[in-house]
Design a protein around this ligand. Sequence first.
Ligand code: SAM
Length: 428
Amino acid sequence: MSERTEPANEIVTVDVDNPAHGGSVIARMDGQVVFLSGGLPGEKDVTVALDPAKGSNSKKSFRTGTATHIGKPSPHRVEGQCAAASLGGGCCDLDFVDAQGSLEFKRDVVLDQLRRIGKIELDEAVISTESLTPSLGWRTRARLGVDEEGRAGVRKKNSHEVIPLSAATCAQWAAGLVAGLEEETFPAGAEIAVALGEQAGGKIDGEGAQRSVVQLTGSRQRPQRKVIGGLKNVTHHVKMGDKEIAWDLPADAFWQGHRAAPEFYSQWLRQNIPADLGLGWDLYGGAGVFAAALADRVGAMDTVDTGSLSTDAGKEALAAAGIENVRFLSGEVSKSLDALRTNDEENHGLHVVVLDPPRTGAGAKVVERIAEFGPRYVAHVGCDPATASRDLAAWIQSGYEIKQLTIVDAFPLTHHVEMLVLLQRVGE
Ligand SMILES: C[S@@+](CC[C@H](N)C(=O)[O-])C[C@H]1O[C@@H](n2cnc3c(N)ncnc32)[C@H](O)[C@@H]1O
């Protein structure tokens, strides 16, 4: 029997146009669009190894490929900064661009998705951008895969294969996050959640940093969890106005990825949402960070989330901070809306809704349902430009207008981006 050989990659040279959603960039080749990874906007004479045009790809008007040599690099190009990504890790797909280039890349993607998906064209005056710092070592929580030999590490891109910690670590991780774990063995196929405690502003405690390591086995939806190292919970401190609030959270509970994010987002909310409001809702509220940020701006607040670990931590944190006007509910947002209060104790109605859905977005139906309750202000936080654009279009269709869009590079080294959007009911 003859051996099957893989077809050799076709090599072409292109100039890069604009960035695309998902971290690739777009070039054109004889009128055909090429989505290529490893390139930056404006780069010229880029050598591309095209992926074989097979299956559905061959029938479509686009090809995919990888940049292998850059003739005329972007002024924003830097040496790859992540050791794990250089070995194929699925973590840092944009580790070869500086902070300014990263922010411009993400701004272009967000505005493009708003135009294409949301049919939304914004006035420059309502758009602002921000890069969270630091741009390296910004993550104090991570999830590691475990290989057949029991070694923990970064999963390869689109694969279950693991790059063991002894071979490489990820440049997103704060110093000390995974220290010593390269010498331990874990059950094959488990997931390891690890977290470090932080002071206000995301500053890490240095040598004395608290750490928690939680092993997750079994199904992804309902894993068996076991604290296998350090503390049961680590503490995150967030400054809000003249208060500093402390959250004690397990390593596997949701907390914003960038260590400066909770404080930045809280300040943004406090700057953009006026005081003296009636009722508020904090939907997909996690541990109630946004509810806490607005607690002194509203009469009362209801927050809803499916995650019981963060809900429990939120209840404790707000009680310890003396915040008494926030009520935590566990459940799916779509099924909980009718159970939420519609007035505060002084009979003021629903004035503000904050929603921070997962990457899939809230969905047009949920947005339309919330809009029926008629809040004056909506703060929509979206971590996927495509689904957020769809949700924002639904807000506009439901009678709201965008007053402010802040595009935040909250996930440096990756293509991910956060959108903080303030909407107001038309006529308010
Ligand atoms: C991006 S996080 C926002 C967390 C929160 N705003 C914070 O800053 O901590 C999304 C949250 O949505 C929750 N979630 C996901 N799907 C949900 C749903 N259908 N209904 C309610 N909560 C959901 C997750 O548990 C997670 O806490």
